[in-house]
Design a protein around this ligand. Structure first.
Ligand code: SF4
Length: 340
């Protein structure tokens, strides 16, 4: 039976593993953290309809019944050996893989790198991931204290030359609008502001979410980049921005500021891929696919494939589609090999 190593136990890795297992391959799934699910495991609800992330993840995990997986496990080394890859894990397991799938996902941009926004300096500045964690657990005193004025800053670490990331992270506009509605549900009397550059609400149902944020929840959308965040003596956040529609500078005082941190290629995944010469694009750091139209699941190395956000920012449905496409691409590759 052919062995396939899937690196990454987030949604793409789970979906690809389930499909490959059903096709009759011996799948070995490697996850570096103590649990399956990746970022999805830390998320509360999914845009646009607000479906609980937990329900979606439970379904995915139940689909990998029969797949061998290792948690708290990392690829220590990987080498090409003829047409195969010798994969050694740090738990002592060695696999001779006929194909390797990178489903290593993304790292969230480290918001503290944008010092001017005060993450890690001011207590009431949090990230999209922190807020999502609060929705899920209600265990974060920074949020729970009945905030009256709340701001969201879009494009943190995305579309930003200074941060080294020129690309759009694709999902953070929709996430901000979703979270702005949810925080109004939690704190109906609060005033909520979104500071955006452009609103990229491109998917089915996303525009309705945006309209509902304005009409039902009264969220105020301000077109402009935040230039500075400071704290006053009452521990409130003083946020300066320029309203680029009116051309006027604005200053608002907030109780909570949420930074929409963008996506970057997973650094741990990139390190492993580098061992076999799988490269990231110079322009954005995400893995380079064989081409940009037809072979999005294939790398420049035979037998090495990609699924999900390791090749660029993706929504969850996009990642799942890619995972199924990757499973099929691997199957076709292995079938072709049999014929040779
Ligand atoms: S999706 Fe929106 S918030 Fe995210 S980087 Fe693109 S424009 Fe900015």
């Amino acid at each position: 039976m052919k062995n396939i190593v899937v690196i990454g136990g987030g949604p793409s890795g789970l979906e690809a593993s389930a499909n490959l297992h059903k096709m009759g391959y011996n799948v070995i799934l490697v996850e570096k953290s103590p649990a399956l699910g990746g970022h999805l495991a830390k998320w509360d609800r999914l845009f646009p309809q607000g479906i609980p992330a937990k329900d979606v993840l439970e379904g995915m995990i139940s689909n990998i019944n029969g797949v061998k997986y290792f948690l708290n496990a990392n690829v220590q080394s990987i080498n090409a050996l003829g047409k195969s890859y010798n994969v050694i894990l740090d738990n002592g397991i060695t696999v001779l893989a006929d194909a390797v799938l990178f489903a290593t996902g993304f790292d969230l941009f480290k918001a503290e790198k944008k010092e001017e926004y005060g993450y890690g300096i001011y207590e009431r500045v949090i990230t999209n991931a922190d807020l999502e964690n609060w929705f899920r657990t209600k265990e974060d005193s920074r949020v729970a204290n009945n905030p009256k004025r709340i701001g969201f800053v879009h494009c943190v670490g995305s579309r930003d030359e200074k941060a080294g990331n020129r690309y759009c992270s694709k999902v953070c506009c929709a996430t901000a609008v979703k979270q702005a509605c949810e925080i109004k549900q939690e704190f109906p009397d609060a005033e909520v502001f979104c500071f955006y550059m452009d609103l990229r609400m491109f998917g089915r149902g996303y525009e309705d979410l945006y309209l509902s944020a304005q009409k039902e929840y009264g969220v105020r959308f301000i077109r402009g980049r935040v230039s500075e965040v400071a704290e006053n003596i009452n521990k409130e956040l003083v946020v300066k921005a320029e309203d680029t529609l009116s051309g006027k500078p604005i200053k608002v005082t907030l109780d909570l500021l949420v930074l929409m941190a963008g996506m970057q290629n997973c650094s741990a995944g990139a390190k492993v891929a580098g061992q076999i010469g799988v490269a990231g694009m110079e322009t954005d750091g995400f893995f380079e696919t064989k081409d940009t139209i037809y072979s999005l699941q294939q790398s420049n190395k035979p037998g090495v494939f990609f699924a999900g956000a390791c090749t660029g920012p993706k929504t969850l449905p996009d990642s799942l589609h890619e995972a199924r496409a990757a499973a099929l691409a691997i199957h076709n590759y292995l079938q072709e090999g049999e014929k040779r």
